[in-house]
Design a protein. Structure first.
Length: 552
């Protein structure tokens, strides 16, 4: 009887997966199309959490710091691996502290409230190493801070500024050095943006001051005199309460960034473009909508994340029912003086992780993860009741499974008999470590080749930096040995060569369509990790350098 229930549940799951796909049209608002976005529940956090940072470190969704129920500081890091959350103790709590991603892959965390209930500021700075899953204290700042931000220069130096209910200052630390005062700011700020505009200079600005009032439209420079920016007098750059994890998450090109903003007078949302130190409003084909097709209101939040691989940026909003809305901004044409295209995705049901003081993280394939948050109840003090819910939002349909439904049923049945998903994941890892039997027929090998190329092309996986053969195997539900044997035997090339061919073809497409696009933006957008690999692969495939190919 239990097996019949499992099989029936699997059939229901397959049916729902096919019928409730994202991307269904909901209508338009002022020319901007709206589509559905489906939700998927992930394992809950070990305990409720809000006001934290969320990052994707390698392939691990990670949350850092924050508070838990009762407005109590939560000094831990939690990361999701093998279908379960694991916790690591931090040296200090960092609720309303800063995080920034360092060049070596570690995360620096600093400052934050000193006591429960969001009281005071703190000194401590530490790093979290996602490879070792460990935190290490690295010193104290020049002054106590909460509501601060950090930015990283090309040489690895970290610039820190911003404070909450205390005076601000600019300080800096370098690899192997301590923290030292740099200068007094031209304006007091909280949650500032710190964005490099050259190899050794960064702009520092915000439209929120440390005591909650509006900051002046002055922009500080790490190296240089402050200047007045008229655009910041008219538009509020949305402060990020848990500061951007890295300026790289806002960057669309060399020293070029996109920032979410609202008009100071009427609240209209827009995007500010900062390019080589110059501010301007990014032109869009239509205004960013403030209402839904059914007339409901949208409130755009303080968050924007860039996916340079697909040349898109994602903004986040809530509607009146607590549903998450995500605006996709396709900025491909702005480099040639064109306008960015807009589309908006709305969660398919209320709730689903759309909580105040949560943190969202853009994942590959147009997916968005939202972990934890504070329950948004106007009748309660919002900071005292957190949630442990974690949700995944799909803006595009997942790749269609090539296996028939009965294989999915068998997989679920095996999971139930073995004791759940943890057991089946363990078996899968063991299977990958063992040499499988070779596939029996030419037809099977051809089918696998079709599945590999179809997956890579449909999801544009070649744009994913550090793509591994195990990533392809995981998506197709097979193992790395099968994939490697197919690519080598059927295509006569290695896996890196296979992926490089797609990347070079994509780079050529960019150079044809955008001849003025800088080389650094071409190779970054095409999935290459560095310029050297790009040039070597390009010459190996075409016999020419990129510049020679463009001229010819």
């Amino acid at each position: 009887m239990r097996h019949l229930i499992v099989i029936a549940s699997a059939l229901i799951l397959v049916s729902c997966t096919r019928e409730n796909l994202p991307g269904q049209a909901l209508g338009e608002v002022d020319g901007v199309p709206f589509y559905t976005m489906t939700t998927e529940r992930l394992p809950d956090l070990p305990e409720p959490r809000g006001g934290h940072h969320t990052m994707l470190l390698g392939d691990e969704l990670t949350v850092l710091g924050g508070i838990t129920d009762g407005f109590v500081l939560e000094p831990t890091v939690a990361y999701l691996r093998d279908g379960a959350w694991h916790e690591v103790p931090m040296k200090y709590p960092h609720y309303y502290g800063f995080t920034t991603l360092l060049p070596d892959g570690r995360v620096m965390l600093g400052g934050g409230c000193a006591e429960n209930f969001g009281i005071g500021q703190s000194w401590g700075v530490e790093t979290y190493d996602p490879a070792a899953h460990a935190c290490k204290a690295v010193g104290i700042m020049d002054r106590k801070r909460a509501g601060a931000s950090a930015g990283v220069l090309e040489d690895g130096r970290v610039v820190i500024s911003g404070n909450w209910y205390a005076d601000d200052a600019v300080e800096r630390c370098g690899p192997g050095d301590g923290f030292s005062f740099v200068k007094e700011p031209a304006a007091q700020r909280a949650y500032p943006y710190i964005l490099p505009v050259s190899s050794d200079n960064a702009l520092i600005f915000s439209t929120e001051a440390p005591y909650g009032e509006r900051a002046a439209g002055l922009v500080d420079q790490l190296d240089g005199e402050p200047f007045e920016e008229p655009l910041l007098d008219e538009w509020d750059v949305l402060p990020y309460p848990v500061s951007p994890t890295s300026s790289d998450g806002l960057r669309i090109g060399e020293y070029t960034y996109l920032l979410p903003a609202t008009c100071h007078e009427d609240g209209q949302a827009a995007v500010i473009r900062l390019s080589n130190g110059h501010f301007s409003l990014m032109e869009t084909e239509h205004p960013i909508p403030m209402t839904l097709p059914d007339g409901g209101h949208l409130t755009w939040m303080h968050h924007l994340q860039v996916d340079r691989g697909t040349r898109s940026a994602w903004m986040y909003a809530l509607d009146g029912e607590g549903r998450l809305a995500i605006g996709k901004i396709s900025y491909d044409h702005i480099f040639e003086g064109g306008k960015a295209a807009l589309e908006v995705y709305l969660a398919d049901k209320p709730g689903g992780g759309a909580f105040y003081n949560s943190a969202v993280q853009l994942l590959p394939g147009g997916r968005i993860a939202m972990a934890g948050g504070i329950l948004n109840d106007s009748e309660k003090d919002n900071n005292f009741e957190a949630t442990s819910e974690v949700w995944l939002f799909h803006t595009t349909a997942p790749a269609k499974a090539s296996s028939p439904w009965w294989i999915l049923v068998a997989a679920l049945l095996a999971a139930a008999v073995a004791g759940g998903w943890a057991a089946i994941r363990s078996r899968k890892r063991q299977a990958q470590q063992q040499a499988p039997a070779p596939e029996d027929t030419m037809q099977e090998r051809n089918d696998l080749q079709t599945r590999i190329t179809g997956l890579v092309e449909e999801k544009q996986l070649f744009l994913v930096k550090d793509l591994k053969i195990s990533d392809i195997a995981r998506e197709l539900g097979t193992n790395s040995t099968y994939i490697s044997a197919c690519i080598n035997g059927q295509m006569g090339i290695s896996f890196p060569e296979f992926i490089a061919r797609y990347r070079i073809a994509y780079a050529q497409k960019l150079m044809r369509e955008h001849p003025a696009m800088p080389s650094v933006e071409v190779w970054e957008a095409s999935g290459f990790n560095n310029e050297k690999t790009f040039f070597r692969s390009f010459r190996a495939q075409t016999g020419m350098t990129p510049a020679e190919w463009k001229r010819k």
